[in-house]
Design a protein around this ligand. Structure first.
Ligand code: SF4
Length: 142
């Protein structure tokens, strides 16, 4: 019998994957993401630093380095660091996927201001009902 395993996720993926709506770089990447979300929902997640189970199927991962843009490796690491700080989690911790979701209303404003405006995936997140709900709540309370 197949046992599902807990996916390994880096900091910023803990936040960004909450808004996943089936879009990605290519079919293997999308299929992998869908499987990760499915496992995260039932098994929880294990927080890691550096390349994770999402990066593993990404066409931009070269060795252990993110080459999405020239500067992406450092930018992504900073996003990971911030995400873990905002969520108050550390690498090596196991989390319920719902733990992250529950913290989103608290951290969304800071996260959106820092990262969402300039993100290439913004259009995908704007299709997420959860993202739009958080965005509305944040805008109304400014
Ligand atoms: S773009 Fe970079 S951080 Fe994002 S999945 Fe690909 S390798 Fe990982």
């Amino acid at each position: 019998m197949y046992n599902k395993t807990m996916p390994f996720l880096r900091g910023h993926h803990l936040v960004c994957l909450q808004f996943y709506r089936g879009e990605g770089y290519d079919r293997p990447f999308i299929d992998n993401l869908t499987d990760i979300i499915d496992r995260a929902e039932t098994e929880g997640v294990f927080v890691v630093e550096g390349p994770d189970d999402v990066c593993r199927c990404c066409p931009y991962l070269k060795g252990t380095v993110c080459k999405y843009t020239e500067d992406s490796e450092e930018e992504i690491k900073e996003m990971d660091r911030r995400a873990m700080e905002f969520l108050a989690v550390k690498a090596g911790e196991k989390l319920h996927w719902s733990h992250v979701r529950e913290r989103l209303p608290e951290i969304f404003g800071k996260w959106a201001e820092l990262y969402c405006e300039g993100c290439h995936w913004r259009k995908a997140c704007l299709k997420s009902p959860l993202y739009m709900k958080l965005k509305k709540g944040y805008t109304e309370h400014r």
